[in-house]
Design a protein around this ligand. Structure first.
Ligand code: F6P
Length: 364
């Protein structure tokens, strides 16, 4: 009997359960494969006692509809940086990757399928370089992984943000307010860009285009005082104003345990007030609502495609590869290529052109 270990790492994301279900269902078509899940990424293997479980078809029946992950997840620590408490109460990170590989051998694990984002795939690559048979499956609501056209979870997050804008529009109109919606996405503006177009915002601020507050204020003024009497601004959590470019992040900072990015809406509100903007400005931080809940059909389908492909890559022994979507194919690419590049919104992206074409201001 061959045995594959499946785990979910990093922030949760709608569609994770659909991937797990697809792997288990595809494996059931082979006579000699058993799928085992590790609880909370690699923690389930490293904990004493370990927390791993056999995943049966019965256990995964119907879970493609559920948000979150039945395996649990974590975006701190990991096999290369396991926090160990010191006598003075502080924590030191310890590398337990060799021990992890030994434990996996003792558990009879032939291969690992790691479902996770940028940080998790860096761990996959490092373990692959140590000889582990590993396949990556990209996940993130942020859509910030390169090479794949989309990650599952992204479209559900965009839907949630768009519904939020729809709701903000009616209340902004009734109260003549300027409403700011802060959305997630880390250093990429994909969620902001897509939802601003779908929801019909006047301003969309993304990390890739540093904004000038006077230009934002002018667009708000035009819309609020000389136009409809209300305005909607979508701001990505990772935005920068032009003066902030010096502290731009480097790729090295990324990975498990990322710094928290919050407060862009409040900062923007204060900046707008400082320009003399007269309307009443209020902010909404959408937060984890973007990560939770039922995946939309698109994400269930993409996640299912990824799960089936991941299992098949494992059968073909294409270790060190990650599944990816390049329309209309589900392909595989070396994980080391994926983690080299962060998927920013290009300033020449056709969607930027579309957005500008309908008058959305990026503050540039
Ligand atoms: O990567 C997904 C994501 O939701 C980001 O958009 C956000 O910056 C981060 O995770 C939040 O992580 P946490 O839930 O750990 O604060």
């Amino acid at each position: 009997m061959n045995r594959a270990l499946v785990l979910t790492g990093g922030g949760d994301c709608p569609g994770l359960n659909a991937v797990i279900r697809a792997i288990v269902k595809r494996a059931s078509q082979e006579k000699d494969w058993e799928i085992v899940g590790s609880y909370q990424s690699f923690n389930g293997v490293l904990w004493e006692p370990s927390e791993i479980m056999i995943l049966t078809e019965e256990m995964v029946a119907g879970i493609h509809v559920k948000g979150g992950t039945i395996l649990g997840t974590t975006n701190v620590g990991g096999p290369f940086a396991w926090p160990v408490k010191q006598t003075d109460g502080s924590y030191t990170n310890v590398d337990r990757s060799d021990e992890l590989i030994r434990k996996l051998q003792l558990m009879g694990i032939d291969a690992v399928i790691n479902i996770g984002g940028d940080g998790s795939q860096r761990i996959s690559q490092a373990l692959y370089e140590k000889g582990l048979n590993i396949i990556g499956v990209p996940k993130t609501i942020d859509n910030d992984l390169s090479i794949t056209d989309f990650t599952f979870g992204f479209q559900t997050a965009v839907n949630t943000a768009t519904e939020a804008i729809d709701k903000l529009v009616t209340t902004a109109e009734s109260h003549n307010r300027i409403l700011i919606l802060e959305v997630m996405g880390r250093y990429a503006g994909w969620i902001a860009l897509h939802s601003a177009i779908a929801g019909g915002a006047e301003v969309c601020l993304i990390p890739e285009i540093p904004y000038n507050i006077d230009i934002v204020a002018e667009r708000v003024e035009q819309r609020f005082h000389r136009g409809k009497g209300f305005a909607i601004i979508v701001v990505a959590e990772g935005v920068k104003v032009i003066q902030d470019r010096a502290d731009e992040h480097s790729l090295d900072e990324k990975g498990e345990g990322n710094p928290k990015l919050m407060g862009s809406a409040t900062r923007l509100k204060e900046q707008l007030i400082a320009t003399g903007c007269k309307g009443e400005i209020r902010e909404t931080v959408l937060g984890h609502l973007q990560r939770g809940g039922t995946p939309i059909a698109y994400d269930r389908i993409l996640a299912t495609q990824f799960g089936v492909k991941a299992f098949e890559l494992m059968l073909e022994k294409k270790f060190g590869e990650m599944v990816a979507y390049q329309h209309p194919e589900i392909i595989s690419v070396p994980i080391k290529e994926v983690i080299k590049k962060y998927n920013y919104v290009s300033t020449t992206d056709p969607l930027i052109k579309t957005a500008k074409g309908i008058g959305i201001s990026f503050g540039d």
